[in-house]
Design a binder for this molecule. Structure first.
Ligand code: XBP
Ligand code: MG
Length: 239
């Protein structure tokens, strides 16, 4: 297997466990601001994660879980407004610094930087959410550690479509077999695999354990699994 030309990280669930105590809470606060009595509890949110992207997730909720709600004629505008408010709440939550990076993430990022291996991000979340997480965990300067940050609506089709990984690869002038992708979900694995990436390392979390990771090269509970050596750059080359 070839040398590693870049590490490409998913964000939500991979860099940090942002879904349950970050995104979910921010959605609920935005709903309350708008006078809506919607409550996305931990279990319901797990079902809603079937659909990636916050705006898409709100529409999915209305389609499948809240059909009684009489949506305004301008559904897109209504959802966009809710989502903008949600993003503000999410950024405020990140600024509080309540959500740490997952174990081993910072160590691996620093190891790659020392070895001169470029870093990138491929995520469906809103760009502001990425920068607020990086700022609150690694510091503002860390945003520049990533050669490319592919995020949100920069591509029309979100994961599991391959578009965001293809976008990042194209911007970096790399092909899929030169990089390692880090994911936490089945959708993310399919997105990376369909972009031609073979070395996909999954770290599962409460929402994604048990999903289909057949196309991943390695599935772990963490980059620092208990009783095993932490994942390092050399191990990634051998994936
Ligand atoms: C993450 C997501 C995101 C967040 C919400 O998926 O689905 O949509 O839940 O972000 P992945 P926005 O980790 O596979 O990228 O509300 O900003 O869309
Ligand atoms: Mg994810």
């Amino acid at each position: 297997m070839s040398e590693i030309a870049a590490l490409i990280f998913d964000v939500d669930g991979t860099l940090a466990d942002t879904e349950r105590d970050g995104h979910r809470v921010a959605f609920n606060r935005a709903f309350a601001d708008a006078g809506l009595d919607w409550d996305w509890d931990v279990e319901l949110y797990g079902k809603l994660l079937t659909v990636t992207g916050g705006k898409e997730r709100i529409k999915y909720y209305l389609r499948e879980f809240n059909t009684a709600f009489e949506a305004p004629a301008d559904l897109d505008g209504f959802v966009a407004g809710l989502h903008a408010a949600k993003t503000e709440h999410y950024k405020a939550l990140m600024a509080e610094g309540q959500i740490p990076l997952r174990p081993g993430v910072e160590r691996l990022i620093r190891e790659a930087r020392k070895a001169g291996v470029p870093l990138a991000i491929a995520t469906t979340t809103t760009p502001d959410n990425v920068t607020s997480l990086l700022e609150s965990t690694l510091g503002a300067e860390s945003i520049d550690w990533f050669a490319e940050i592919g995020a949100g609506d920069i591509v029309p089709a979100k994961k599991p479509a391959p578009d965001i990984y293809s976008w990042v690869l194209q911007r970096m002038g790399l092909s899929g077999n030169q990089v390692v992708a880090f994911e936490d979900s089945g959708h993310g694995v399919n997105s990376a695999a369909d972009a031609g990436i073979e070395r996909i390392l999954v770290t599962t979390n409460g929402y994604t354990e048990g999903q289909d990771f057949a196309r991943a090269a390695l599935v772990l509970e963490s980059l620092e699994p208990s009783g095993r050596a932490p994942v390092d750059l050399a191990a990634l080359t051998g994936l």
